[in-house]
Design a protein around this ligand. Structure first.
Ligand SMILES: [Zn+2]
Length: 239
């Protein structure tokens, strides 16, 4: 009986460990993962990143805000939405922003076959190329979910995973207002930070409203916005 209990506890601990690993923002088992870039304290560069989309409803609005403040950003788009809304994807590229791969169908990329994962990554890369984006394509896993196979697929393709270190939408007590999300971001940000926002769907009005506030407040503090590619290029290690 005792042995059974111990065995059961070991299995629970192992499952918990795997679950933690699958969600880790700063670690994966293979390939390169970047959640922020190591910069000198005086090197006040940050990257704004947007997940999901592009959508016809909100791409223009977001591009307009970025254009107003002359701020470049990085959009992690899904292959499916990029194919469907290729005009919006092209607008993002034409405006000088970076596109990244956020999978094709936006499912958690765990417990999937090798072929499924390769297809998700490749189809989305193709959609991003059809939108006219020419640079290196980074990958951001949906829900930050990955275990063994996805990192391996990406490392074989030499594709870098990019997560984030600032995520105001997920902080309880902060995510109920645009103002609080902006203040939280300013409090937590440091040189080399990668900020995550979702701005492409109707329910994300607060995030869209927080965007100009975040930009203004960070500019006031002397921060300069760059794409993730540029941020990584400025880092001490580079890619
Ligand atoms: Zn997403």
């Amino acid at each position: 009986m005792k042995k059974l209990t111990i065995g059961f506890l070991i299995i629970i601990a192992a499952l918990y460990g795997l679950w933690q690993l699958s969600n880790a923002r700063t670690f994966q088992v293979a390939g390169k993962l970047i959640s922020h870039v190591q910069l000198a304290a005086t090197d006040s560069l940050v990257a704004l990143t947007f997940d999901d989309g592009p959508t016809p409803g909100y791409t223009d609005e977001v591009l307009h805000i970025l254009d107003q403040y002359e701020v470049p950003a990085t959009f992690f788009v899904t292959g499916k939405e990029t194919e469907t809304n290729i005009r919006e994807a092209r607008k993002i590229v034409r405006a000088g922003h970076q596109l990244g791969n956020h999978s094709y169908s936006h499912q958690p990329m765990i417990l999937k076959s090798y072929d499924f994962l390769v297809n998700e990554v490749e189809r989305t890369d193709q959609a991003i190329r059809s939108a006219g984006f020419k640079g290196e394509i980074y990958f951001r896993p949906p829900y930050c979910k990955k275990l063994f196979l996805l990192p391996w697929v990406l490392s074989r393709r030499n594709q870098v995973s990019v997560t984030w270190d600032i995520e105001p939408e997920s902080v309880a007590g902060v995510n109920d207002s645009a103002q609080k999300m902006a203040s939280h971001t300013v409090q937590k940000v440091k040189p080399g930070s990668i900020i995550l926002l979702h701005v492409m769907y109707e329910a994300r009005e607060k995030s869209r409203k927080s965007l100009p506030l975040i930009i203004e407040k960070l500019k006031q503090k002397g921060y300069q916005f760059v794409t993730v590619k540029k941020l990584i290029g400025e880092g001490t290690g580079g890619v």
